[in-house]
Design a protein around this ligand. Structure first.
Ligand SMILES: [Fe+2]
Ligand SMILES: [Fe+2]
Length: 258
């Protein structure tokens, strides 16, 4: 693999001081899932080969990323780990729900609905996202996040939801979702919380398509709703011992080798 590329993309220069790993270059290897099938070469063996007295595999804070507080709270993840696109998309969806007079639980579900593809992992993001938030929110909120993914493919004229125009472009007009998506959508349709997940799809708007809503939304608007409906752990989100705290830790330190 190209030496310059490894240096540029997968190496942090040595930081001074006496902290963990200080004084040595810190090497990174991306998660397999992000490289699988792409043809982007996996630098793992090449970077391991560089480990020595002056270089280690990165464990802990990466100075290339915005710092997270010692005890992170939910919105710190939004500010320090989401890119501008996802930040606008999720905050914009939540603001759209808020302005439509939705229940605060729905607003929270809209705010959180793409937390997985925005910050952790893409495929089956509804299921991953629901798992991430489940220990901290009302069961209905996690349920709505889980099922918004499959319900995006299923029109409901009565609820005012049509198959998204953008999906025609993104996936092709001939794309048909796999059986498990249609099965789970049918499960959702028959459930008493169906409209909660459906509401998430109704407010799941891409801001670049929505004239008049391109202004970035201030996260402070959601501070109180998050305070009322998201149980922030005392130790900090990710540093607690919930069934999903490891997922949040992975977002705090995405470049940890193990
Ligand atoms: Fe989504
Ligand atoms: Fe979305």
């Amino acid at each position: 693999m190209d030496e310059d590329f490894i240096e540029r993309a997968f190496t942090q220069p040595a930081t001074p001081g006496s902290g963990p790993q200080a004084g040595r270059r810190r090497m990174m290897a991306p998660s397999k899932i992000g490289l699988a099938g792409t043809g982007v070469p996996d630098p793992e063996l090449a970077v391991i080969g560089r480990v020595g007295s002056d270089a280690v595999m990165m464990m802990g804070e990466n100075p290339a990323l915005p710092p997270m507080p010692a005890r992170p709270r939910l919105l710190d993840f939004f500010r320090a780990r989401l890119d501008d696109f996802y930040l606008r998309h999720m905050a914009g969806s939540a603001k759209h729900a808020l302005d439509a007079g939705m229940d605060e639980k729905i607003v929270l579900a809209c705010l959180l609905h793409d937390i997985s593809n925005g910050a952790l992992i893409r495929g089956d993001h509804g299921y991953w996202g629901a798992q991430m938030i489940a220990p901290y929110v009302d069961e209905e909120v996690a349920w709505a996040v889980r099922y918004h993914q499959c319900l995006r493919y299923v029109p409901d004229e009565a609820a005012g939801y049509r198959y998204p125009e953008i999906y025609l472009r993104l996936f092709g007009a001939d794309y048909r979702p796999p059986d498990y998506i249609m099965r789970d959508a049918a499960t959702a349709r028959a459930h008493r919380w169906y409209m909660s997940a459906r509401q998430v799809t109704l407010h799941d708007l891409y801001l670049f398509e929505e004239a008049g809503t391109v202004e970035p939304v201030e996260l402070d608007v959601f501070e109180e709703i998050v305070g009322r409906h998201f149980r922030q752990p005392e130790e900090g989100l990710g540093l607690d011992d919930s069934p999903s705290s490891h997922m949040w830790r992975t977002i705090i330190w995405p470049n940890n080798f193990l």
